[in-house]
Design a binder for this molecule. Structure first.
Ligand code: EPZ
Length: 418
């Protein structure tokens, strides 16, 4: 297993280009199932999760290729309607093939994703909505088996705001007979990007990005042609945290700051400075960060996917920061590792209290999940001495060439193949 060795204390400077959004790439790749023919999608980041999704689609009989950000998926040859446990257990987002398969082929056999490091991650709302649209669903040996003649439009209230739940049901509804209303829908930019992609295929969708989405089903969709996905707002926020903690001066290119309003306002409160320039968004870290409280809530609130990176910044801020995680029940796995580096953090249920310390010291630490690995990088770039981050396959799932990008910004970082 690869590891990263980082010697902290450098102020990072320079330009970095933000890659396409992982959480837009995955649902948009599965949307290709909805139309028969050759789909082309661009700005797709070279990530482990994207390769896993490519394997999943190929496993179904689609012809898949990836070349420098361009994905081509010929779905006319799909002849298997399954997502096997071996693939789903490594990537929960595989569940996003469920509704497109039922919508186009009337059947699907998808492994239940099971939990992950950050929580139980149930999909009951995905299944509830699909049943309301007329699918017959049964669970058998850890698999969801779904069948439907033709799905029919329905009014569906989502008890909890769910991003992939909203995305899955939107993809079920676009080929259903009649109109579907999704209430309490997720409002993330990735949901809007998927809706725009489906509309470019001929779907009729109103209200994406709002809490109520209306989808009028059509009989057929046409394949995606050169659809470019949005940039990754969480990678953008991660580099903002890196500028903040290292007192750096970065230009973030090809990003969409408007997708990160809540996070940017919070970072500004801690002393981080933002300037729009012709070359991109300039982010300047202050001499000293000011401790601020934060609570993660669904978009447009402060993103749960930025909680770990923000916490790393707060470990050396002036004052005490109270961080409330309200989305996932176990998203503090990075705390124990940050404490190994000298952070002063205590946890009470979903609340972490971070008392700023003078300095962090490098140590061997272990990545436990995707954003925890990002958090450890943020901390290691500030820590005195050497930090070794083990199990960085977690990082490689969701960040494209992160160590190479950091090296170009002046970080003392090396990847050791393990
Ligand atoms: C998406 O996960 C993202 N993944 C996650 O990003 C992100 O953290 C999360 O949304 C929240 O923003 C992708 O888009 C591929 P949810 P998702 O369904 O859709 C509960 C990352 O780091 N829930 O919005 O799986 C659930 O338990 C990853 O890139 C149900 O109870 O998350 C959680 O408490 C991590 N029943 C809450 O909703 C359901 O049927 C939000 O989960 C579905 C969800």
């Amino acid at each position: 297993m690869d590891k990263l060795i980082i010697r902290g204390g450098k102020q990072l400077k320079g330009e970095v280009s933000i890659s396409g959004a992982k959480n837009a790439a995955l649902p948009i790749m599965t949307s290709s199932i909805l139309a028969s023919g050759e789909n082309t999608i661009t700005r797709i980041p070279d990530l482990m999760d994207v390769r896993t999704m490519g394997r999943l689609l190929s496993n179904m009989g689609a012809r898949y290729s990836y070349n420098q950000g361009i994905v081509e998926i010929d779905t006319s040859s799909i002849n298997k309607f399954e997502a096997p446990y071996e693939l789903v257990k490594t990537m929960r987002a595989s569940v996003l093939v469920l509704c497109p398969l039922v919508a186009r082929f009337g059947r699907a056999k998808v492994s239940l994703p099971g939990g992950c490091a950050i929580g139980a991650r149930p999909i009951n709302l995905h299944l509830m909505g699909l049943e309301k649209m007329g699918a017959k669903i049964r669970l058998e040996s850890g698999y969801v088996i779904a069948k439907a003649n033709r799905l029919k439009g329905a009014s569906i209230y989502l008890d909890t705001v769910t991003v992939t739940g909203t995305e899955n049901l939107m993809m079920a509804a676009v080929l259903a007979k009649g109109t579907t209303i999704l209430e309490n829908a997720a409002r993330e930019p990735e949901v809007i990007d998927l809706a725009n992609c489906l509309i470019s295929m001929g779907a009729r969708i109103k209200g994406a990005g709002e809490s109520v989405i209306e989808i009028e089903g059509v009989d057929e969709l046409k394949p995606l042609k050169n659809y470019a996905i949005i940039p990754d707002r969480i990678e953008t926020g991660t580099f903002m945290s890196i500028a903040g903690i290292t007192g750096g001066d970065l230009i973030l290119k090809d990003c969409r700051p408007e997708h990160l309003d809540a996070a940017m306002m919070k970072l500004k409160d801690t002393g981080v400075i933002f300037k729009e320039t012709k070359r991109g968004l300039r982010v300047i870290g202050p001499q000293n960060l000011i401790a601020k409280d934060v609570k993660t809530i669904p978009y447009p609130g402060f993103p749960t996917d930025m909680q770990a990176q923000f916490m790393a910044m707060m470990t050396i801020a002036k004052g005490t920061s109270v961080i409330k995680e309200t989305i996932f029940e176990n998203r503090f796995m990075h705390v124990a590792e940050l404490k190994r580096m000298g952070a002063d953090i205590s946890i009470d249920g979903g609340t972490a209290t971070v008392k700023g310390v003078e300095k962090l010291k490098g140590a061997p630490v272990m990545a436990t999940d995707l954003r925890a690995s990002a958090s450890l990088i943020v901390a290691a770039l500030r820590a005195e001495g050497e930090t070794t981050i083990h199990r960085i396959y977690h990082l490689d799932r969701g960040y494209e060439k992160m160590d190479e990008k950091l090296k170009k910004l002046g970080a003392d970082i090396e990847r050791v193949k393990g």
